[in-house]
Design a protein around this ligand. Structure first.
Ligand SMILES: [Zn+2]
Length: 168
């Protein structure tokens, strides 16, 4: 049960996993204006065909956009999975401007905790072996999610894992 609202806003763009199973979660920042409605609308439908499983607002609200069983188009050029990164991953977009210079756009605790909750939900459902940044797997200069507070995130993952129902 989520501490944060979960709103369904399905994206137009998604694909088959081709018998592959998710084992990796990739985090991104949206790098847009920071307006949640605009960002979610873009991720629902855009000419680039970009999509994501979950987009998380600053207040922790989660927008569910592509079914877990389908692949979303969130990783382009990747060092991992022989070009199949989208087939083996689940993606999260965090609403954040991704400013590389001050004033930086911070990730509020609610957003980080909601992200951890989503990852734990997936850990209960799949054998997730990696949670990584887009930056770590991209080959063409992506740097998202910029300044994401990883240590705080992992603390929330630990808490959410302990608090989940014990029948999983
Ligand atoms: Zn990205």
């Amino acid at each position: 049960m989520s501490k944060y609202p979960v709103i369904v806003r399905m994206a137009k763009s998604h694909g088959s996993r081709n018998t592959l199973i998710p084992s990796m979660v990739v985090l991104h920042h949206t790098a847009g204006s920071g307006n949640t409605e605009n960002e979610v609308s873009y991720l629902q439908s855009n000419s680039a065909g970009v999509s994501i499983h979950v987009c998380i607002a600053k207040d922790g609200t989660r927008y569910r956009m592509v079914d877990d069983e389908r692949s979303a188009y969130h990783v382009g050029y990747s060092k991992v999975s022989l070009g199949n990164a989208n087939q083996v991953s689940l993606g999260i977009e965090l609403i954040n401007k991704g400013r590389k210079v001050p004033p930086f756009d911070e990730y509020p605790d609610a957003q980080v905790e909601s992200c951890a909750e989503q990852v734990v939900e997936w850990m209960a459902k799949y054998d997730i072996m990696v949670v990584t940044s887009h930056e770590a797997i991209d080959t063409r200069g992506k740097f998202d999610p910029w300044r994401f507070p990883w240590k705080k995130f992992w603390m929330y993952v630990g808490e959410a894992w302990q608090n989940q129902p014990k029948n999983v």
